[in-house]
Design a protein around this ligand. Structure first.
Ligand SMILES: C[S@@+](CC[C@H](N)C(=O)[O-])C[C@H]1O[C@@H](n2cnc3c(N)ncnc32)[C@H](O)[C@@H]1O
Length: 268
């Protein structure tokens, strides 16, 4: 890492409270270069001076560029179909055997809320009445979490949802849709950095961490997947992004339930 780049990364990490050193250097350079181009600046030294004189606003923009929040309801669709048809019925029958009606989820890297709301919809649709569903939804990005709590979305973000589900779980508002308040009650949104903090909870039945670890180094991935392992109950499920793989060293900790959907199960 050259000095100008290092000073920039150190400064932004300190000011934003988000440790950028966790990201791969090549990835960081690509994202920072995008901001440089947008601002018409030539090098990292110039950008650091700009950041120092333009304060918080540009730091927020840079952090959002690095943490990319692209998502939608039922992203990729088929993992959620698998969740409803296979994973949730299996969990439900296991819970019934021990007289429990609590099912706990974690959407880790939940972006602006589309994933945890999707999980809530799938759980309600697949399980019906009588279950206590609790969903932790965490992200490192404050702006995104604010939007998630608001629960207001443009039609394009709902394009994978059937009309009947939209009518049941959303209210039309202006040029978009707002999540109905009864659905929000299943979800607890919280700021959380996967790479530096401990898991938000234990005894989880399903952890979703999709399209988040792609930006992490192998070492960070190992830390995060190990946290998920510790946070899950025996037989609990881990769902990762379609283009992602588990880091090496987890073969005896997770079995693959569906390679296509990237769904794994904690070996008891
Ligand atoms: C592409 S979105 C994925 C959203 C959703 N999981 C999905 O698959 O559609 C990646 C999210 O990861 C979050 N993220 C990036 N680094 C993180 C970290 N260290 N801890 C927690 N969240 C992080 C970003 O803020 C962003 O909202």
């Amino acid at each position: 890492m050259d000095l100008a780049f290092k000073s920039l990364v150190d400064y932004v990490s300190r000011e934003s409270g988000i440790d950028l050193h966790q990201y791969r250097e090549s990835y960081l350079r690509r994202r920072i270069d995008l901001r440089l181009k947008m601002l018409g600046l030539n090098d990292y030294g110039e950008y650091l001076r700009f950041l120092k004189s333009n304060g918080n606003e540009e730091i927020q923009k840079l952090v959002s560029t690095i943490t990319i929040n692209v998502t939608e309801f039922m992203r990729d669709k088929t993992p959620f179909e698998f969740l409803m048809k296979t994973v949730l019925p299996e969990i439900a029958s296991r819970k019934r055997r021990v007289n429990s009606n609590v099912i706990r989820f974690w959407s880790a890297g939940c972006s602006c809320g589309e994933e945890p709301y999707t999980i809530a919809i799938c759980a309600l649709e697949a399980l019906g009445e009588g279950w206590l569903i609790s969903i932790y939804a965490t992200d490192i990005d404050d702006t995104c979490l604010e939007m998630a709590r608001e629960g207001f979305y443009k039609p394009i973000q709902l394009k994978n949802l059937d009309r009947s589900l939209i009518n049941k779980y959303f209210e039309k508002e202006g040029d978009g849709y707002r999540v109905k308040s009864f659905l929000k009650k299943y979800i607890r949104f919280k700021k959380h950095d996967l790479t530096t903090e401990r898991p938000v909870s234990k005894y989880l039945d399903v952890v979703f961490c999709r399209n988040v670890m792609i930006y992490f180094s192998e070492q960070q991935k190992t830390k995060v997947v190990n946290d998920f392992y510790n946070a899950l109950v025996g037989g609990g499920y881990l769902v990762i992004g379609k283009s992602e793989t588990l880091p090496a060293g987890f073969k005896d900790k997770f079995e693959c339930v569906s390679l296509r959907e990237k769904i794994y199960r904690k070996i008891k």
